[in-house]
Design a protein. Structure first.
Ligand code: AHR
Length: 315
């Protein structure tokens, strides 16, 4: 009922204008190459569509995102894009946006609030991403014993929670594969490097580690550097599988330092703006989840060509 009223109000108030003119975007920060590309593409998409995009960088802090959303509401924006740093704690501010009749679209991460509080969420199936990465390892090691170290994303974020679950789902029942260490690297290269250094120390220099699973490519790239500095051969001594498909991981794959990545498209804004446009036009309700593809790339997929195709896209 609330949804129908909101949709009708949006359609009536904007009428023939169809396209939202002013959209607030609360971005998490710039922790990874993937995040930088998402920001670049969102700005490009907005410019192409004549949207006045009001951008706010939360620098990884949920309180900054909540303050930005309140500011967007006070400015009377037509819609809000939110890439939520963590999954919990959004109810109040989403209710405030709903009371102000401003539709909110979630980008790339999920929240645990009622889905009535946002218009739609654009993103990948994060559990599936972890399953694809885990299945690649299962298929690659066969029956060999494999001690895995895991670099988790930001604690409390939906990709960290779901990518862990997905990977564990895939290796379940394969008793030869075991996650022996797991810690957050906060989705950053520095975090990935530092935590990998501590894993290598704790694991007697790394000789017993068979594989690294990193929740994003940036942490994998930091960990690759740590392995090289410790005299361990990434990609050979230690298999490396991660998520995002940023250009630098393809360079690492071409060099033999990384083995596989699962693609997450940084173009979340395109589908989000399309959904908002239809909603503003005539109240068309989008699906609650607009899913993007999760494709596996390995060293067999011409990594240099993939690097070239992505290197100028804002990563
Ligand atoms: O929410 C998507 C994740 O956030 C990306 O995989 C990661 O690189 C980013 O920081």
């Amino acid at each position: 009922m609330i949804k129908t009223l909101l949709a009708t109000a949006a359609a009536v108030s904007l009428g023939a204008a169809a396209q939202a003119q002013t959209i607030g975007f609360s971005q998490i920060g710039s922790e990874s190459g993937w995040r930088a590309a998402e920001t670049t593409l969102t700005r490009q998409q907005a410019e192409e569509r004549g949207i006045d995009l009001r951008f706010s960088d939360a620098q990884q802090r949920q309180e900054n995102q909540i303050a930005a959303i309140r500011s967007f509401i006070a400015q009377g924006v037509d819609a809000i894009l939110l890439a939520p740093v963590v999954a919990t704690g959004w109810d109040s501010v989403l209710e405030e946006a709903q009371e102000a009749e401003i539709p909110v679209v979630l980008l790339d991460r999920q929240v645990d609030s009622s889905e009535d509080l946002y218009l739609t969420a654009v993103g990948s199936d994060l559990v599936h991403e972890g399953e694809v990465a885990g299945q690649w390892l299962v298929d690659t090691v066969g029956d060999d014993e494999c001690r895995v170290v895991e670099l988790q994303g930001t604690t409390g974020s939906s990709p960290a929670i779901d990518r862990k679950t997905g990977f564990e789902n895939a290796i379940e029942g394969h008793d030869n594969i075991e996650i022996v260490r797991s810690q957050t690297g906060d989705f950053t290269r520095t975090g990935g490097k530092e935590v990998m250094e501590s894993f290598l120390q704790a694991e007697g220099g790394g000789g017993e580690i068979c594989a690294l699973y990193a929740h994003n490519d940036d942490m994998a790239i930091g960990a690759i550097q740590a392995m090289k500095e410790a005299g361990v051969n990434p990609g050979e001594d230690v298999l490396v599988v991660s998520i995002d498909a940023v250009p630098d991981i393809f360079q690492a794959m071409a060099n033999g330092d990384a083995n596989a990545t699962v693609e997450l498209t940084p173009n979340m804004a395109g589908p989000a703006f399309d959904a908002l446009e239809a909603y503003m036009e005539d109240g068309t309700e989008p699906e609650k989840f607009i899913q993007t593809e999760s494709k596996l790339y390995t060293q067999d997929d011409d990594p240099m060509a993939e690097y070239e195709a992505r290197k100028d896209l804002g990563y």
